[in-house]
Design a binder for this molecule. Structure first.
Ligand code: PRX
Length: 660
């Protein structure tokens, strides 16, 4: 809340420089307004024009938007294309064959360059290899890979043959992986022997083996293993194959599978307000359009740029802004295997200097951690590096507090580079509310204005617009090409989650609270309105963590809430009732550690509660409902000023106030 009030009082404004306006694809507020007007006047026509201009179609579409089965919207549905063709072959035809597509910056600092021609070759052979294992159009393929050229190529190879990929972040546990494989009914997993992070190696194939051993994954017939470290690992004959063996002898070209625009390019599981993660399904044509358009309009990508998005391909940012957007625009980009703090916290700045990065896209949580590190150790302060090649910065994943924004602007961008604070979600496919470099006066902490054509608004609980200056639910009034198509296997949940009847069933509900500045109309995101937490820019469902905790045989009941955290944005705080007596002192500390490790094993280390408190019970109303607002106040260390008269057991609050 302190962030929101400081943003609302923010008076600093940074208008675009003449130079930035001069080179930008959308130059000046008048150009922005003209695009918005075009979209308002003929919505479907606006997107159709852009889809014809920016995407290469095998068969042109004749209809832009099909609303006949709303909210299951369809875009450009009778057109056909191949996304991998648009990312690779298109560049061979455009004269980019020998241009560097990827600079792979390994954990140990070794850099390798891959041209568009080489990437095309790898993807074609990979695609042929997958086909040789009987994998084809419509099959689901799970990718559990480290950051690597091969990880990007695996995704592109699936796109090439019309298989739908589902990337699972390499930090997720065997159990999380098993749930995702099983829900998707995947036929293959693509993984690596190990991954390298921060000078350490961690098993990946071993986690896949464990996941498959849990049952429910009988659909898996193939496991492709990329040798990252060459570790000695067991292979199951018939099922498992090393990537180099799979590629050996494959033809160097692979005719793409031309698919309809609505063909599912990928599923990506994300947290919602129930315990079960949802498989967000994306299309091919509409998704690709937005990936390209936002690269051009938000990031102002130009042929000479060296672009670096620090996200992992396991998250949506890595999909749109590593695997698809930059390649479809013929960009040169860095794919980074390491971590920001190893060998020291100057790694990002050193890498920018080393490769002459001009566009840099990262998360506020990384910026905050690096500010802190540079205060502790002046050697890793960005002033020690030459960052003069930078010309544009981006931020994503969570609100950026004005202090971090200013540091990013001054220390990293040399007060010269505009910051694109891009608000969007796994479900939206690409940027929704964001400044454009040649258009928008920047205000620290605000994601400013909707991308042209995105009809973002703020409404009350009945779906009516609220005035500027008042908070409400963030919605999108019209469908857009890169939107989520459904939740895989659960269309009802899709409707309920995103098009709730309370709001009339026709507004896309983002799940965030937001407010517009009374004068400028700039949007500020106020955080999730559902039971979803944002920890270091990662979405975590409180119910998911609660289910993991109660699966522990020692736990009787658990409730999870978030509390503000200076570094990670939000921190996970769990209130736990054990089946045994409430522990204290060292026994309590030991139990905390045990439960943290348990959650790491059940979901992944990112879901570990930072704070665990034990009580004989949880605060409940007489009807047995857990009073979460009280838990949130306790987690923050606030005095309870709220009415607790309906509480069954007020004495419990005192116990839960104490951290273990
Ligand atoms: O709460 C918003 C926050 O992250 C959520 C989406 O998370 P996810 O689907 O994992 O996608 C993250 C990467 C796009 C949103 O509902 N969020 C994302 N970007 C911002 C943000 N909050 C404020 N400002 C942002 N720029």
């Amino acid at each position: 809340m302190s962030t929101i009030s400081s943003v609302m009082q923010e008076t600093r404004v940074f208008p675009p420089s003449a130079e930035t306006v001069g080179r930008a694809a959308v130059a000046g507020m008048a150009a922005y307004e003209a695009l918005c007007k075009e979209a308002e006047t003929d919505y479907a026509g606006y997107w159709a024009r852009l889809a014809r201009e920016h995407v290469v179609w095998k068969t042109p579409f004749t209809q832009s938007l099909d609303e006949s089965n709303a909210p299951f919207y369809r875009w450009f549905a009778d057109g056909s294309l191949n996304v991998s063709w648009n990312c690779l072959d298109r560049n061979l035809e455009n004269g980019n064959a020998d241009k560097t597509a990827i600079i792979f910056e390994a954990d140990d600092g070794k850099a390798t360059r891959v041209s568009y021609r080489e990437l095309h070759l790898l993807v074609c052979r990979f695609a042929n290899g997958l086909k040789s294992r009987g994998i084809g159009k419509g099959d689901r393929v799970v990718i559990y890979m480290p950051m690597s050229v091969e990880g990007v190529a695996a995704m592109q190879a699936c796109a090439r043959i019309g298989a739908t990929h589902s990337v699972v972040f390499g930090g997720f546990s065997a159990k999380s992986l098993q749930e995702r494989i099983s829900d998707a009914g995947a036929v293959a997993v693509i993984t690596a022997d190990e991954q390298c992070r921060g000078g350490k190696t961690l098993g990946l194939k071993s986690v896949v083996d464990e996941a498959l051993g849990m049952g429910g994954c009988e659909s898996i017939k193939t496991m492709v293993v990329y040798r990252r470290t060459g570790a000695d690992i067991p292979m199951q004959a018939g099922r498992d194959v090393f990537l180099d063996d799979l590629l050996a002898g494959q033809a160097d070209t692979c005719e793409p599978e031309w698919v309809g625009a609505e063909h599912p390019l990928f599923l990506l599981y994300t947290s919602g307000s129930t315990g079960k993660p949802k498989g967000v399904q994306h299309s091919s044509g509409g998704y690709l359009l937005h990936a390209i358009l936002t690269m051009k309009w938000t990031f102002d990508i130009k042929p000479e740029d060296v672009y670096w998005c620090t996200a992992d391909i396991g998250w949506v940012t890595g999909h749109t802004y590593i695997t698809y957007g930059p390649l479809a625009c013929g960009a040169t980009q860095i794919v980074f295997e390491g971590v920001p703090t190893w060998p020291d916290a100057g790694r990002f700045w050193q890498t920018i200097e080393k490769h002459g990065v001009s566009i840099f896209y990262t998360a506020p949580t990384a910026i905050r951690a690096l500010i802190k590190a540079s205060e502790v150790d002046p050697k890793v302060h960005p002033r020690n590096y030459s960052l003069s090649t930078l010309r544009l910065l981006g931020s994503v994943g969570e609100p950026i507090n004005p202090e971090a924004w200013m540091w990013y602007y001054e220390q990293i961008g040399g007060s010269r580079c505009p910051i694109m604070d891009t608000f969007w979600q796994t479900e939206t496919g690409g940027h929704m509310i964001t400044p454009l470099p040649g258009v928008t006066p920047l205000v620290p902490g605000s994601c400013t204005l909707p991308f042209p054509g995105i009809q973002a608004a703020i409404v009350d609980e009945t779906g009516h617009d609220v005035e500027w200056g008042k908070g409400g639910f963030l919605v999108v009034k019209k469908p857009w090409p890169s939107m989520i198509r459904t939740i895989y296997g659960d269309p009802e949940r899709f409707k309920k989650s995103y098009y709730p009847e309370d709001l009339g069933g026709r507004l896309y509900l983002a799940g965030d609270g937001a407010m517009r500045d009374a004068k400028t109309g700039n949007f500020t995101i106020m955080g999730r309105i559902d039971d979803v937490l944002n920890v270091s820019g990662h979405r975590m469902g409180t119910m998911e963590i609660e289910s993991a905790l109660v699966a522990n045989p020692l736990v009787a009941e658990a409730a999870v809430v978030g509390r503000p955290d200076d570094l990670t944005g939000e921190a996970i705080c769990a209130f736990v009732v054990l089946k045994q007596a409430r522990p204290s002192g060292d026994a309590a500390k030991l139990m905390v550690k045990q439960l943290q490790d348990w959650v790491a094993k059940e979901i992944g280390p990112i879901a570990k509660p930072k704070d665990i408190r034990f009580g004989d019970n949880l605060p409940k109303t007489r009807s047995g409902k857990i009073m979460r607002r009280l838990l949130r106040a306790l987690a923050k260390g606030e005095e309870i000023t709220q009415d607790v008269s309906t509480l069954e057991n007020p004495a419990i609050l005192e116990q839960l106030r104490q951290s273990a």
